[in-house]
Design a protein around this ligand. Structure first.
Ligand code: GDP
Length: 405
């Protein structure tokens, strides 16, 4: 490996200087004070999903299953950052194959942060239950995952008496809309003042206009994500909730997991948003099993993929994210980037120095690499490309970056 390259590499090591290449070999991790220990050091494009729902729908069961995931806990010693934040690895079979090819000691999947909040009840926005103060916990998340009870169990009470998914979805959506309306009502006097005082400031005018439009949409009972007429980018500073994409998780009886008619009916309630069907109790069991046993249990229920894996995958797709891969003796690893990211931007996810000092990227697509058998054969077959700073990354690119810092 060339000095000053990173990616298909090994241990983080001290800076090396050689033949005009100055840089770090491998992935450097500097302790950063703004992240909890054990987190990856870099400007990681992290995906965070806030979990909401009525009380007793299975949120905690699901969250516990997410955070108990042994495979991941082993790789991330601080998998539970705070009591209500869990880090979940995105299952990626490509990593196992790369680890075998490169003899990697560890496999590090891309991750999703899940934020669990207390249940929302009807009237939360007017102070019922815990009120909506706790919604602050999910204001920074990228997407909202709504858990909906579709399981029958006489021993588990339903806050509204019976199991009725469409009503529950309506309740939660209404509370989120009301929470956003409150945020806007609080912010509007300030935005109006700013716009008046800075009559020539186009941004202030546009922000006020967008806030007004958002208020109209919310007043009509609609969420902002689906509304195309409002410039939600402008509203970012207000951390509104309904500008985020929603992912719906239906918590079913295990016997209903393969009930296609029921699934179709539930999917229809939330279309065009994505729906995921799982049994939170089974997910909790799956999290305790090793991979083989888990697969057996899934198959016995006619399922291919654990619900939690679906959740991570759908979260990635919903937010327009993809991964590229690096592999070496130390680790085989997936890194999260936005679709359309260039090679230097992708390098910056490992370390900002890699972006600043980017020279080029040695890239081979995962499929080409696997077809060739190893890097040497892929090179011999002309499948390994040298790409410059304008290269737009593709999902599954296996990359080694060359940089100079
Ligand atoms: P939360 O209030 O939404 O966090 O709900 P919990 O996760 O605490 O679950 C409430 C109760 O429902 C607990 O007793 C769970 O064991 C039970 N529960 C959760 N998921 C399921 C499920 O899929 N089926 C059944 N029968 N019970 C469940």
């Amino acid at each position: 490996m060339l000095p000053g390259s990173a990616g298909i590499g090994g241990e983080p090591r001290a800076p090396v200087r050689k033949a005009g290449w100055i840089g770090y070999v491998g992935v450097c991790r500097r302790p950063r004070t703004d992240r909890p220990p054990g987190r990856i050091d870099s400007d990681v494009v992290s995906l965070s999903i806030g979990i909401v729902g009525l009380p007793n729908v299975g949120k905690s069961t699901l969250f516990n299953a997410l955070t108990k995931n042994d495979a991941l806990a082993a790789n991330y010693p601080f998998a539970t950052i705070e009591p209500n934040v869990g880090v979940v690895g995105v299952p990626d079979a490509r990593l196992g194959a790369l680890a075998e090819m490169f003899g990697s000691a560890k496999v590090l999947p891309a991750t999703v942060d899940f934020v669990d909040i207390a249940g929302i009840v009807r009237g939360a926005s007017t102070g019922e239950g815990l009120g909506n103060k706790f919604l602050a916990n999910i204001r920074e998340s990228d997407a909202i995952c709504q858990v909906i009870r579709a399981f029958e169990d006489a021993d588990v009470t339903h806050v509204d008496g019976d199991v009725e998914p469409s009503r529950d979805i309506e309740t939660i959506n209404t509370e989120l809309i009301l929470a956003d309306l409150q945020t806007l009502e609080k912010a509007l006097p300030r935005l109006e003042k700013d716009a008046k005082r800075n009559a020539k400031d186009k941004d202030a005018q546009e922000l006020l206009r967008a806030a007004g439009q958002a208020q109209d949409i919310l007043d009509s009972g609609r969420s902002l994500y689906a509304a195309e007429s409002v410039d939600t980018d402008r509203l970012r500073e207000l951390s509104l909730l309904t500008v985020k994409p929603f992912i719906y998780v239906f918590n079913l009886d295990s016997g209903d997991l393969d009930n296609e008619a029921l699934r179709a009916k539930l999917q229809e309630l939330v279309a065009p948003a994505e729906a995921i069907f799982l049994d939170a109790k089974i997910e909790a069991e799956l999290a305790e099993l090793d991979e083989e046993e888990a697969q057996e249990l899934l198959e016995s229920m006619g399922q291919q993929e654990a619900g939690l894996a679906q959740l991570a995958r759908v979260g990635f797709a919903t937010l327009g994210l993809q991964t590229y891969l690096t592999a070496g003796p130390k680790e085989a690893r997936a890194w999260t980037i936005r679709k359309g990211a260039t090679a230097p931007e992708a390098a910056g996810v490992i370390h900002t120095d890699f972006q600043r000092g980017f020279i080029k990227a040695e890239v081979v697509s995962y499929d080409d690499l696997v077809a060739a058998g190893d890097m040497q054969a892929a090179r011999a077959a002309g499948k390994v490309r040298m790409e410059g700073k304008d290269y737009v990354m593709a999902d599954g690119d296996v990359v080694e970056f060359r940089f100079n810092v």
